[in-house]
Write a protein that binds this ligand. Structure first.
Ligand SMILES: Nc1ncnc2c1ncn2[C@@H]1O[C@H](COP(=O)(O)OP(=O)(O)O)[C@@H](O)[C@H]1O
Ligand SMILES: [Mg+2]
Length: 360
């Protein structure tokens, strides 16, 4: 059992507070992503787990073993933690074959030759690279090198797997395939995994749970569905799915159904997540996929926004547009051929049952 329990982890680098009181529990066999913008402390948290850095304070317990505890002066060096680490740069030895790359850590651990061979071949089979054992890294594609880097960590049966943006160097198509491949491998091996990424779709697609980080803190820790549907604050709403926040004033409310006045005077009635009071100013998070551009007038004007298309890009399967309501450019996706509906005022229906909202 390799459950990870991080408590109140703090990492200072001089004046920089890279990690600011992170607490996180990852259950045995779970894949958890640390997701957030560049510089928010994801890699530092991962390095603390691996033992590459000695944190300022806090504690880390993995499978019941204290890796680090500042209050007890405990700090296990990386080699005593047996974590499987894979980084964005594959860091394969260029002068060694795939097999030798994979066997390297086993040699250091004084594993017998016969056992080495078996473990390397088993790991290469897991990553579907068993027929590439004699090749050198330069004879492999980026995706294949990444698989070898993963196989190399699997050979020594790590307690936990720590992956830092492992797919970021792959091109877009390959990255999507690598995602589902990596996820099914992780499930099959059952390794507790912490996965660092700044790519929200990667985190949503692969994880059991996602920890959204900003400024060294975990802002929200939840399932991908909850992170997407119930963002806890405006940062999460903005970062996940790129909502546009529409400022409104509450004219009336009845339960969670709120009648809202927009800056240009339009009124809409929506279910929202925040219990706003009469006359309160709130920001409603509107996602492109919850706006449906229509060619005529809406059946329910209180569930629709009147606006103008101010910018449109043709993306083959659909158009992506700025749909300006008052002064606010909301994003909208539509398959309606824009030439056919002309310019001027258009309607977009609000299709979600409930919208995330925050006090202004
Ligand atoms: N070794 C270091 N020395 C000084 N500052 C660092 C060091 N490593 C990271 N930082 C700083 O700590 C913050 C968090 O960095 P990092 O954990 O790498 O972010 P992320 O992986 O989320 O992009 C950043 O401001 C970064 O510049
Ligand atoms: Mg990083």
């Amino acid at each position: 059992m390799a459950e990870i329990v991080i408590s109140n982890l703090v990492q200072h680098y001089g004046n920089v507070l890279a990690v600011d009181g992170v607490s996180l529990r990852v259950n045995d066999g779970e894949l958890v992503s640390l997701l957030g913008p560049s510089g928010c402390g994801k890699s530092t948290t991962l390095a603390a787990l691996a033992g590459l850095e000695r944190p300022t304070s806090g504690s880390i317990i993995v499978g019941g073993v204290p890796f680090f505890d500042s209050s007890k002066g405990i700090y296990l060096p990386p080699e005593a933690r047996n974590c499987g680490l894979v980084f964005q740069s594959y860091a394969l030895w260029p002068h060694m074959s795939v097999i030798d790359n994979c066997a390297f850590a086993l040699k250091l651990r004084k594993i017998s030759k016969a056992d080495q061979k078996k473990r390397v071949m088993d790991a290469l089979e897991l990553v579907e690279m068993q027929s590439f054992g004699d090749r050198f890294p330069y004879q492999l594609s980026g995706g294949q090198q990444q698989r070898v880097a993963l196989a190399r960590t699997l050979t020594y049966e790590p307690t936990i797997l720590l992956l830092d943006e492992p797919l970021s160097n792959l091109d877009a198509k390959l990255r999507e395939r690598a995602r589902s491949w990596l996820r099914s491998l992780q499930k099959k091996v059952g390794l507790t995994t912490v996965f660092v990424t700044h790519d929200q779709s990667e985190a949503l697609a692969m994880s059991d749970r996602v920890a959204v980080m900003n400024g060294g803190k975990i802002i929200q820790y939840d399932t991908p569905q909850a992170i997407y549907d119930q963002p806890k604050d405006r940062f999460v709403a903005d970062f996940i799915g790129s909502s546009v926040l529409l400022r409104t004033r509450v004219a009336a409310h009845n339960g969670d159904s709120h009648t809202l006045i927009l800056p240009d005077g339009q009124q809409i009635t929506l279910q929202i997540t925040y219990p706003a009071k009469q006359d309160e100013l709130i920001d409603v998070a509107i996602r492109a996929e919850t706006l449906n551009l229509i060619a005529g007038t809406p059946a329910r004007p209180t569930r629709a926004l009147k606006g103008q298309i101010s910018n449109a890009s043709y993306l083959g399967s659909h158009y992506e547009c700025d749909f300006t309501v008052g002064q606010v450019p909301l994003r909208i996706e539509t398959t309606i051929p824009l030439e056919s509906i002309g310019s001027g005022e258009l309607w977009a229906e609000l299709t979600d049952t409930r919208y995330a909202a925050f006090p202004a």
